[in-house]
Design a protein around this ligand. Structure first.
Ligand code: 13P
Length: 258
């Protein structure tokens, strides 16, 4: 059975001081929750501090973005080599980056390849916009995003995919568990076609978009959904803890039943 994962994407929130306070509050409690991979993704400037704060705990660290070159004259960018000693995961292709920073499928692909080369585990984000959803184009859009993001990736063993419908991000309008399960099942089928059944069955596929402590149960009960990428609710210690705890309890119960 796949180990579920709850990842908190803090986005452009928290100063170093605030990140320190939030991690200090959450880490000892998160550390006690088993059978879930717990990942926090603070802003770049807090990665080194947070790495020290979580040392020796079961909490893992991720970055929110990465550039695809190893080093050089790219003012303001952070390379995979810089992250490799600092964190285990990196979010790539988030819809906010595609939307506000003009990240194209080709750039996302280069980032995925560069992150894998550096030994980072990418959390690739894909998902359709509202008008695409309303036009019934969800499967077409995620298929195209998968195809372009994974071009030249022969063996995506450490890859995680987060299905984040753009209309559900930060809107309080989450997909239903059933909707998310259907699309994530579809994505798993595509991975099986692109690679193999074994890789598709091993890969963790997350849902993201307005996940809270009140709706997480609906998602992690679904057979295809292996956890969540959480935005707003990951900045509140009690919410994030509750999301992780419910995931652990529900998945442990389901694995006992099966
Ligand atoms: P919200 O949970 O705030 O909707 O954000 C989701 C997200 O974009 C996670 O990457």
């Amino acid at each position: 059975m796949r180990v579920p994962m709850i990842a908190g994407n803090w986005k452009m929130n928290t100063t170093i001081r605030e990140a320190t306070a939030l991690v200090s509050e959450m880490c000892p409690l998160l550390n006690q929750i088993e059978n879930v991979d717990k990942v926090i993704c603070p802003p770049f400037i807090s990665l080194a501090v947070v790495k020290e704060l979580i040392r020796g705990s079961s909490v893992k660290l991720g970055a929110q973005n990465v550039y695809f070159e190893e080093e050089g004259a790219y003012t303001g960018e952070i390379s995979p080599l810089m992250l490799a000693n600092l964190c285990e995961f990196v979010i790539i292709g988030h819809s906010e980056r595609r939307q506000y920073f003009n990240e194209t499928g080709e750039m996302v692909n280069k980032k995925i390849l560069a992150a894998l080369r550096a030994g980072l585990k990418p959390i690739l984000c894909i998902g359709e916009r509202l008008e695409e959803n309303e036009a019934g184009r969800t499967e077409e859009i995620v298929t195209e995003q998968l195809r372009s993001s994974l071009a030249g990736v022969d063996y995506p063993r450490s890859l995680i995919i987060a299905y984040e419908p753009v209309w559900a991000i930060g809107t309080g309008k989450a997909a239903t568990g059933q909707q998310a399960n259907e699309t994530i099942g579809f994505i798993r089928g595509k991975i099986a076609k692109l690679y193999s059944d074994e890789i598709a069955q091993d890969m963790r596929l997350l849902y993201g978009g307005s996940v809270t402590a009140d709706n997480i149960a609906e998602f992690v009960q679904q057979p295809e959904i292996d956890g969540a990428l959480v935005g707003g609710a990951s900045l509140k210690a009690d919410q994030f803890l509750s999301i992780v705890k419910q995931t652990s309890e529900i998945r442990s119960r389901l694995s006992e039943e099966s």
